[in-house]
Design a binder for this molecule. Structure first.
Ligand SMILES: NC(=O)c1ccc[n+]([C@@H]2O[C@H](COP(=O)([O-])OP(=O)(O)OC[C@H]3O[C@@H](n4cnc5c(N)ncnc54)[C@H](OP(=O)(O)O)[C@@H]3O)[C@@H](O)[C@H]2O)c1
Length: 269
């Protein structure tokens, strides 16, 4: 199919677009006619997805491989985009990694990788792209956090802390940028059927035995993320069960929530 680019078509950059929620989000934005910039480390997968999106939806899609955990990666990406005259209207900060297990069993390098991508990489992307959006008076940002952002999660201690950071940063920026034309949304999925969950299940028989009703379909999660982002909502928790869990959790005193999560978290080890 020939590539079409409607006059005034929005350009959306999706990080972590080579699989899972990011790939599904890329499809949602393409379906609505957005030009797509696809970012992750796996260039071959990004190229294949770009060709598939152009074939299916007739939109332009550009693959830009990058390791966002590396310092300076966001700045290099922004320079490459400027050279291609691509201005980002919608930034989807989805790339993330997870480590499940006891804190003492995860070495310092793996703990650091969580922070380098989930915290530093995401913040560097915001620092690179938000100023231009504010100067232009328009923009949409979708940061992918997690329901783990709302409370401490033993057995996912550092991961949950990185997602609490993403949620806090999103809420602060959403208010700071109120009236600027730029909106900031946190998508907070629960368990979702992706490679990330498969990897956690491969490392833990208890995670592998989680009942299906707790696990959301990736396309449903992405559809809610797309909708919340384009509506300019601040927080979206996809799925009724996850919404009940987060609202219920917030109603509990912090000490009780911590103890409950301790029981659940330790039982997953
Ligand atoms: N699945 C769940 O249950 C769940 C629940 C709540 C929140 N989330 C969040 O959803 C987001 C997407 O996760 P997913 O479940 O879709 O996992 P996934 O299938 O493993 O996808 C992760 C994506 O991040 C990319 N990525 C990893 N390291 C990167 C790096 N250093 N630089 C650039 N890209 C990198 C991966 O591509 P490459 O390997 O090609 O780089 C891949 O495209 C994450 O932020 C995750 O924390 C997931």
């Amino acid at each position: 199919m020939a590539t079409t680019q409607a006059v005034g078509a929005l350009t959306t950059l999706v990080t972590g677009a080579s699989s899972g929620i990011g790939e599904a989000l890329a499809r949602c934005f393409s379906r609505e006619g957005h030009v797509l910039v696809l970012v992750a480390r796996s260039g071959d997968k990004l190229q294949a997805l770009a060709a598939a999106l152009t074939g299916e939806f007739g939109v332009r899609a550009v693959a830009l491989p990058a390791d966002l955990a590396q310092p300076g990666a966001a700045a290099v990406l922004a320079t490459r985009l400027r050279r291609q005259n691509l201005v980002i209207d919608v930034l989807v900060n989805n790339a993330g990694v997870l480590e499940h297990g006891a804190f003492v069993d995860i070495d310092g390098q793996r703990q650091q990788q969580l922070i380098d991508l989930n915290v530093s990489g995401l913040t560097a992307m915001l620092a690179e792209f938000v100023p231009g959006m504010v100067a232009g008076g328009r923009g949409r940002i979708l940061n992918v956090a997690s329901i783990a952002a709302f409370q401490p999660v033993p057995a996912l201690a550092t991961y949950a802390a990185t997602k609490a950071y993403v949620l806090s940063l999103t809420e602060s920026l959403a208010e700071e940028l109120r009236g600027s034309g730029v909106t900031v949304t946190a998508l907070c999925p629960g368990l979702t059927a992706t490679q990330m969950l498969n990897r956690a299940a491969a490392g833990s028989a208890k995670v592998a035995r989680l009942p299906d009703f707790l696990i959301s379909a990736v396309d449903d999660v992405a559809a809610e993320g797309y909708q919340a982002c384009m509506n300019g909502e601040v927080i979206r928790v996809p799925g009724l069960l996850n919404r009940v869990a987060t609202v219920g959790g917030r109603a509990l005193p912090k000490w009780l929530l911590r103890r409950l999560n301790g029981v659940i978290g330790r039982s997953s080890l």
